[in-house]
Design a protein around this ligand. Structure first.
Ligand SMILES: [Mg+2]
Length: 374
């Protein structure tokens, strides 16, 4: 079998569908990270595709090594994003060529189903509480909310801190103690503010506090982890096992959140999970874009022992996949179809196409007009 071509379609939700074609008529699907800059990612897929045309799609590791190691700066996010989507598509073709789901090809499952959480937001405490209750009514036993509504100062006022804590407290009050709550700090907090805020969250016993610091500087994670009983999570912006290495080897946090769309793909996610396993760290894959990434993450999570929970439970391919992923009691059932098990028709993909471009993550401190971290 040989690879004959690629197509990328940007879709709603800052996501992307990658189609890989073969001379035997099998089509592989994958999801490269879109980054809200889909054009350079689509271009990167086309460029890497030139190398792959005419090659065997089942030589997955060999192609990964060649595509990753041949670039001048091998961890360039757009390139690793494109590579991740291509790698997923090769696994999809592999599974389809032998009639088996990807999780079976990875060594089989260690669990019957994969626990998932959904996003739940709101600006006021009351709104947060109502949305969280609605998420539980939709069948979720875990949810994640933002820690702040807007910019956070390097050191913020007691009033601002109390308002942030009140939103989480309202959710805990609304859903009770049997539902898990993740709080995403969105790397908006200075290490000092993260330490103060997370300490205040301790009585509310969240499942984790996510991404307190920029991935360019891991060191504050360690001090923060040692300052609190709240499990600290990070990883949605770390790429490949090399960028996770320091966090894992120095056991800087409790939970890693690699995103399969740009951390290197299916096998790379499994490798990162294995590195984490020997340091007693858990995996909670980040999935804030398309449903293909959710599906691919579910396949890997079926096979690793150190899963905590998987993001994206609401994003199961409804209206896009011929058969959406199945949610039951807060868990996604393991897909049983060949490959990723989530085929799509062209007209369904077209209905989701969204090639508009909008700069995101733009916000400013109100008081002095300086730019604030998104
Ligand atoms: Mg996040």
């Amino acid at each position: 079998m040989k690879i004959t071509g690629f197509e990328t379609i940007p879709i709603r939700g800052r996501a992307m569908v990658l189609k890989m074609f073969t001379d035997e008529g099998l089509v592989g699907f994958g999801e490269p990270m879109n980054y809200a800059h889909w054009r350079p990612v689509a271009q990167a897929v086309e460029d890497m595709g030139e190398y792959l045309i005419g090659r065997d799609p089942l030589q997955i590791e060999d192609h990964w090594q060649a595509m990753f190691r041949s670039s001048y700066s091998r961890s360039m996010p757009v390139l690793v994003g494109a590579l991740s989507g291509i790698e997923m598509a090769m696994w999809d073709v592999f599974g389809k060529s032998v009639g088996l789901p990807v999780w079976k090809l990875l060594g089989g499952s260690v669990r019957r189903r994969v626990r998932v959480y959904t996003a739940s937001g709101g600006s006021t405490p009351q709104e947060c509480a109502e949305n969280a209750k609605a998420a539980v009514e939709r069948g979720f036993s875990a949810l994640k909310m933002g820690g702040s509504q807007g910019p956070v100062r390097f050191v913020d006022t007691p009033k601002a801190i109390d308002e942030m804590v009140a939103r989480v407290a309202a959710v805990r009050e609304a859903v009770g103690d049997e539902v898990d709550i993740g709080v995403d700090l969105h790397r908006r907090f200075s290490p000092t503010m993260a330490t103060i805020f997370v300490k205040e969250l301790e009585p509310l016993r969240p499942m984790f506090a996510e991404e307190p610091c920029h991935p360019e500087n891991n060191e504050p994670l360690l001090a923060l982890s040692r300052s609190t009983t709240v499990p600290i999570a990070t990883g949605e912006r770390h790429l490949t096992r090399w960028s996770f290495r320091e966090v894992i080897e120095r056991e800087m946090c409790a939970i890693l959140q690699p995103d399969i769309r740009h951390s290197g793909g299916i096998m790379e996610l499994k490798k990162i999970a294995t590195m984490a396993e020997i340091h007693n760290m858990a995996i909670a894959p980040h999935n804030a874009a398309g449903p293909l990434g959710v599906a691919a993450s579910v396949h890997v999570m079926a096979t690793i022992p150190n899963l905590l929970i998987c993001e994206g439970g609401h994003n199961r391919g409804q209206g896009l996949f011929n058969e959406p992923l199945t949610l039951k009691d807060g868990f996604i059932e393991l897909p049983t179809g060949p490959g990723l098990g989530v085929d799509m028709e062209d007209d369904a993909i077209e209905a989701f196409r969204d090639d508009t471009f909008q700069l995101r993550g733009m916000f400013w401190h109100e008081d002095d007009g300086s730019f604030a971290d998104f």
